[in-house]
Ligand binder design. Structure first.
Ligand SMILES: Nc1ncnc2c1ncn2[C@@H]1O[C@H](COP(=O)(O)OP(=O)(O)O)[C@@H](O)[C@H]1O
Ligand SMILES: Nc1ccn([C@H]2C[C@H](O)[C@@H](COP(=O)(O)OP(=O)(O)O)O2)c(=O)n1
Length: 644
């Protein structure tokens, strides 16, 4: 399984140009295809769901072209029903393509098969099919009753009158009917049965239909009348707004991570309901500013969001972002009226509950609500994303809690926002790491401690972890080739560092881990791949605000490959042996130059020759040879690199 590791972040600020709205992109494409005349569509979203719609339209005989390397398209409308009368369409997991195409094709007098990924076949479509059958459409389920795949056959359409459709499962059924019914040319009224959910999405549909020349008469959110004798006509050029749901992650990042973060492409004048996410954030105490085409969010003065209890029916997609924002609130939070989450890309209520628990939250899951209480401290976790782009994007925000997070299958963001993680990285600042690697006695420990003190950072002496494993192994009577046994010790090592001392299961072992036996053992256990991997996460957990200085052999290469500063600290073997000699004599310990030098050379050879994480200077590390330097100069060199 592919994954993406996000480091703990210090904060967020900056600007993001949003990708085009998925809802507007796919609706506009379909309307442009059905319309008379050519439509220029600017800033169309580039994503999987839009690709599925573009492919389907081409298969149905609609000609479209893309201006090279741009998000600008020209669609030649067919002025009514699709010219291709027999087609087999695969629509992935794109609900915004599947539902409206089903309706349009059912009224087109052809024979069509529509299918998608397995999850698409679990997402209900029965209410829409029922609605279409009322005007005579011939639609059959080829899998399970009420779900895709579908088989549409030519039928005698009986337009006019009243069509009833349920509005309480997905508003996309109503959208699909509204967009397709003008094809009949006869006045038809659609009546919504049950409370219509996600109303703002119907707002987008009506707005776009009007731009294409069909004005629907709306009575409340219950009755919609499509006039007779109307046809879609191209408005010429359509600009696709930025995606307001995608904006929610960045606005939340600004509200959680200091800010300001500004999103460009949506603003006060947006036709997308999800811009009201900004209002919800404001209710949580965030500072929000808006222009015609931008929104900006900053953290509350207190630094922490306020606990909330909100009905989020009007912003079902952006509401997911609030579930994760609840991890940064000052009390228990409740998200209400979100039942539609259960029939989206995945059962989002269940998925959200499972993953929030992984980071330590207390979650109460109801049929149509979620209760979320943040833990005192977020826990690092590997987040499963359920082939749901929004799960992946939402959980990136966990990293703003000074907590690393792994996102499994990060490419699922391709559904709506292929460059999401790049944009997220551009407006966030990782907790900095200074990685110092080098051979024994080169001065890493001394320099790292001094640099950390000067910067106010935490410090990780990774060698002491290997020494602790060796010591615990010796005490437990394990042999140094017992890889599984030593890895088990490493995985649960009861080590603690405090006030410059090292403790193993509560016992002060600061001197014991420096013994010759433990030193020799450390370099042997360090060559065992299972031991190294058992210590990976533990080492990464030292990365906390305001920063970390980490020293060892593989800090810059393996543990913190994204470290902003990488140093390879070395000195000749003779100079290092002499330093070690002095160290030992000063501590009143016996020492012999010749055997120290031999020991160092052996250790260097072993550290450099091992197959996993061998000691080496990587091209991106700065070489610091301290043979002719004192400690002061070495520390100065590192600080200069950090500050430059
Ligand atoms: N230029 C220098 N940089 C760092 N340490 C130095 C330098 N010159 C002498 N030393 C001394 O070398 C000794 C070994 O350093 P240490 O930090 O224990 O090395 P390491 O962690 O790489 O094994 C320390 O007593 C340190 O004061
Ligand atoms: N990141 C690290 C740190 C240390 N090691 C190995 C290298 C050494 O043989 C042991 C002990 O490391 P340590 O830095 O404490 O040893 P020296 O003080 O440099 O002699 O662990 C490693 O393989 N990877």
């Amino acid at each position: 399984m592919e994954f993406l590791d996000l480091p703990p972040l210090l904060g967020a600020s900056g600007r993001v140009r949003l990708p085009g709205s998925k809802s507007i992109s796919n609706r506009t494409l379909l309307l442009a295809a059905l319309a008379e005349g050519e439509t220029d569509i600017r800033d169309l979203l580039a994503s999987d769901d839009v690709e599925r719609m573009l492919e389907a339209l081409r298969a149905l005989g609609v000609e479209w072209t893309r201006e090279e390397d741009s998000a600008n398209y020209r669609v030649r409308g067919v002025g009514g029903a699709f010219p291709v009368k027999i087609a087999d369409l695969f629509l992935g997991n794109a609900g915004t393509a599947f539902r409206p195409l089903t309706a349009a094709l059912a009224l087109s007098g052809g024979e069509y098969r529509l299918s998608g990924v397995p999850r698409m076949h679990e997402r209900p479509i029965g209410d829409l099919v029922d609605g279409l059958r009322q005007v005579g459409a011939d639609i059959r389920y080829t899998g399970n009753e009420g779900f895709p795949p579908l088989h549409i056959r030519p039928a005698q359409i009986r337009p006019g009158g009243v069509v009833r459709v349920r509005g309480d499962v997905s508003s996309q059924f109503l959208t699909a009917l509204l967009m397709a019914l003008p094809l009949t040319g006869v006045e038809t009224t659609v009546e919504v049965v049950g409370e219509l959910i996600s109303k703002p999405y119907i707002g987008i549909t009506l707005d776009l239909m009007a731009r294409f020349g069909v004005t629907v008469r709306r009575e409340g959110w219950e009755r919609f009348t499509i006039p007779g004798g109307v046809r879609y006509r191209s408005p010429g050029t359509v600009f696709v707004e930025g995606d307001a749901s995608s904006a929610s992650y960045f606005l939340a990042a600004g509200a959680i991570g200091g800010g300001p973060v500004r999103v460009e492409g949506v603003g006060r004048d947006s036709i997308q309901g999800d811009v009201r996410f900004a209002e919800a954030l404001a209710q949580l105490g965030a500072h929000i500013e808006m222009g015609d085409n931008w929104i900006e969010a900053r953290a509350p003065a207190s630094g922490r969001l306020k606990a909330f209890d909100l009905d989020l029916n009007h912003i079902p997609d952006a509401a997911m972002t609030l579930a994760v924002a609840a991890l940064f609130a000052d009390g228990p939070c409740r998200l209400r009226n979100i039942a539609s989450w259960r029939v989206k890309e995945t059962d989002r209520i269940a998925a959200m509950a499972t993953e929030l628990r992984k980071v330590g939250a207390i979650v109460e899951e109801g049929p149509d609500y979620l209760g979320v209480t943040a833990p005192a401290r977020l826990l690092p976790a590997a987040i499963d994303t359920y082939d749901d782009h929004r799960m992946a994007m939402c959980f990136s925000l966990v990293s703003l809690g000074d907590c690393r997070v792994r996102i499994n299958d990060p490419k699922c963001v391709n559904k709506t926002f292929p460059t999401y993680f790049e944009r997220f990285a551009e407006v966030t600042k990782p907790v900095p790491v200074v990685a110092i690697d080098g051979p024994s006695a080169s001065g890493k420990g001394t320099v790292a401690a001094r640099v950390a003190e000067a910067l106010g950072y935490h410090c990780l002496d990774s060698g002491s972890l290997y020494r602790l494993v060796a010591l615990a192994g010796i005490r437990g009577g394990l042999s140094f080739d017992d890889e599984a046994g030593l890895a088990a010790i490493a995985a649960t090592l009861p080590a603690r560092f405090a006030d410059g001392r090292v403790f193993l299961a509560g016992e002060d072992v600061t001197d014991a881990i420096r013994s010759e036996e433990a030193s020799g053992g450390a370099s042997k256990v360090a060559a065992l791949p299972a031991v190294r991997s058992a210590l990976l996460d533990r080492q990464r957990d030292y990365r906390h605000a305001p920063g970390l200085v980490a020293e060892g052999r593989d800090m810059g290469s393996v543990i913190f490959p994204d470290a902003g500063t990488k140093i390879f600290l070395t000195a000749t073997a003779e100079a290092r042996a002499e330093r070690r000699y002095k160290q030992l004599i000063e501590k009143g310990m016996a020492a012999n130059m010749k055997s120290l030098l031999k020991d160092l050379q052996d250790r260097d050879a072993r550290d450099a020759a091992r197959t996993v994480a061998p000691l080496q200077k990587l091209p991106d590390a700065a070489l610091l040879d301290t043979t002719e330097m004192d400690v002061e100069q070495a520390v100065g060199f590192v600080l200069d690199r950090v500050r430059s």
